[in-house]
Design a binder for this molecule. Structure first.
Ligand code: FES
Length: 74
């Protein structure tokens, strides 16, 4: 008999809402996450503005983040 799996908590995607990331689609990205029911939280500038919009999952940066990348890493 298979042992039941323990429930795992999925960390929310952290989406940078610093000015540069917002200008490059960070707000749109959070709206897309919200529509799909993907947990997210807003974070301040991560000093990765050259790669905007940026997001993080478990402290790993997602550069030039988009929905495809987020769905891939989740
Ligand atoms: S504004 Fe997002 S990394 Fe700087």
């Amino acid at each position: 008999m298979a042992k039941p799996k323990a429930a795992t908590k999925t960390a929310p995607i952290q989406v940078c809402h610093g000015q540069n990331c917002r200008d490059m689609g960070g707000l749109s990205l959070t709206e897309q996450c919200q529509r799909l029911g993907i947990g997210f939280e807003s974070i301040s500038c991560q000093s990765l503005c050259n790669h905007a919009p940026t997001a993080k999952l478990n402290s790993v940066a997602i550069l030039r983040a988009n929905l495809d990348k987020i769905l891939t890493v989740r």
